[in-house]
Ligand binder design. Structure first.
Ligand code: MRU
Length: 356
C-alpha cells in the first residue's frame, strides 16, 4: 500500500475491472487468493457468466463491469441504423441485468447507459458508441472518487486500539479501487492508527476468507480471519468495538441488503451495543425501492452449500436453502458512511434529502 502524490491510497493488488484500449478485462475472483487470472471479455455471454459465477462481484464492481460489458455487447453492431442500434442496446442491457438481481448498481449502471444512448438518438451508431464509452468511464471514475471519499469520511470512526469487524468483501475487489467498508480501514491505517480487523469468512463462498483477508493482508493491515459462527464469541469477549459492512442495495427507508449473514452480525451488534455502520456510494442507494421487503433476494445453486472446496459435505439430494443476501432492518444501522459524509436516522428523510 502506498500514498500517491494526490494523497490517494494505492493498493498493490489487481483491479476487479479494467477498460484498456477499448477492451474489458476482469480479474477472476473465484481463483483468488491462490491464482491471479485476468480474463479479456469478448462477448456479452462471457460478461453475463463472469457476473453470474462471481468472477466479478461486489455491488459497485458489477455495475462497472455491466457498463463496460454493454460496450462489449454492442461493439460489433455499430453498422446498425440508430434506432436499431438503440433497440439492440436495450436488449443487451436487459440481458446483462438478468445475471444478478440484488445489487442495484448493475441495473443502475445499465439504465444510465441506456438513457444516455436514448438521449443521443440524433447521432450515428458509431457516435453513440463513443458517447457510451465515455459514460462507462465516468461511472468507473465516479466510483473511484466515491470510494476515496467514503474512506476519508469513515476513518474518524476508527480509533487506536479498536477491533473492527467486517463481513463478506466490500474492499478493493468489490469496487473500482479501495472499497467501501474497507476504505475507512485503509485510510485509518495510512494515518498510522493501530487497530485490528476481524474478517468473517462468509460461508458459503468465502469472500471474507478468500478476498477480504487476502487484500487486507497484502496491504499490511492487521487482519484476523474468523469463521462466521465465531463473531458472537469475539464480541462477547470485548474484542470488537466497531462493525463496518458494505451493501448491495439500500432501500428508501434505510433497510440494507448485504451478503447472507449480515443480519446476524447486526443483531449481535445490537445485543452487545457495538455500532454497526454500512458503507456505500450513492449508486447503491435505491430510493425507488421503499423497504427491504421489496428488494429481490438472489437464490443461488444448492451446490454452493452442499460442497466445500469442490468436495461434497452434505448428503446427496438433501434440501438446501441458499439465499445470497439478507436484509438488515434500518433500526440496527447506526449510520451510512457515504461519499457525502455519514448519514444518520431517520433514514426516510436523510437518505432522500441527501440522495434524492
Ligand atoms: O455475492 P457478492 O460477493 O457479490 O456479495 C458482495 C457483498 O455482499 C458486498 O458486501 C456488497 O456488494 C458491497 S461491495 C462494496
Amino acid at each position: 500500500m502506498e500514498l500517491k502524490n494526490d494523497g490517494k491510497i494505492k493498493l498493490n493488488i489487481p483491479l476487479a475491472a479494467e477498460w484498456k484500449d477499448g477492451e474489458l478485462y476482469l480479474l477472476d475472483q473465484t481463483k483468488l487468493p491462490t491464482e491471479v487470472i485476468i480474463e479479456k471479455q469478448e462477448t456479452a455471454q462471457q460478461v453475463w457468466d463472469s457476473i453470474k459465477v462471481l468472477k466479478v462481484r461486489g455491488a459497485p464492481a458489477i455495475g462497472i463491469a455491466g457498463a463496460y460489458g454493454l460496450l462489449v455487447a454492442i461493439k460489433q453492431q455499430q453498422n446498425l441504423s440508430t434506432s436499431d442500434f438503440i433497440n439492440y442496446i436495450k436488449k443487451q442491457a436487459e440481458y446483462l441485468d438478468s445475471s444478478r438481481p440484488t445489487a442495484v448498481n448493475l441495473s443502475w449502471a445499465l439504465n444510465r447507459m441506456l438513457n444516455k444512448a436514448k438521449s443521443f438518438s440524433s447521432l450515428s451508431s458509431h457516435d453513440i458508441y463513443a458517447r457510451l464509452e465515455k459514460e462507462a468511464i465516468s461511472i468507473h471514475e465516479e466510483d473511484i472518487e466515491c470510494c476515496h471519499s467514503i474512506g476519508r469520511n469513515g476513518a474518524p470512526l476508527i480509533e487506536n486500539g479498536m477491533g473492527v469487524l467486517t463481513h463478506c468483501n466490500a474492499g478493493s475487489l468489490a469496487v473500482s479501487e479501495l472499497g467501501t467498508a474497507l476504505a475507512p480501514m485503509y485510510v485509518a491505517h495510512s494515518q498510522n492508527k493501530k487497530f485490528k480487523i476481524y474478517a468473517d469468512e462468509t460461508r458459503p463462498l468465502l469472500q471474507g476468507a478468500r478476498l477480504t483477508s487476502w487484500e487486507l493482508f497484502e496491504a499490511g493491515l492487521d487482519v484476523t480471519l474468523i469463521c462466521d459462527n465465531m463473531a458472537a464469541h469475539f464480541m462477547s469477549k470485548g474484542h470488537i468495538q466497531l462493525i463496518i459492512v458494505g451493501t448491495d442495495r439500500v432501500a428508501a427507508n434505510g433497510d440494507v441488503a448485504n451478503k447472507i449473514g449480515t443480519l446476524g452480525v447486526a443483531i449481535l451488534a445490537d445485543y452487545y451495543k457495538i455500532p454497526f455502520y454500512v458503507a456505500c456510494p450513492f449508486s447503491t442507494i435505491d430510493l425507488n425501492t421503499p423497504t427491504g421487503a421489496d428488494i429481490p433476494i438472489e437464490q443461488r445453486d444448492p451446490a454452493e452449500v452442499t460442497h466445500f472446496a469442490q468436495k461434497r459435505v452434505a448428503p446427496q439430494n438433501v434440501s438446501v436453502g441458499n439465499p445470497a443476501f439478507d436484509v438488515t432492518p434500518n433500526r440496527l444501522v447506526k449510520g451510512f458512511i457515504t461519499e457525502k459524509g455519514i448519514i444518520n436516522p431517520p433514514y426516510v428523510e436523510t437518505l432522500k434529502n441527501t440522495f434524492g
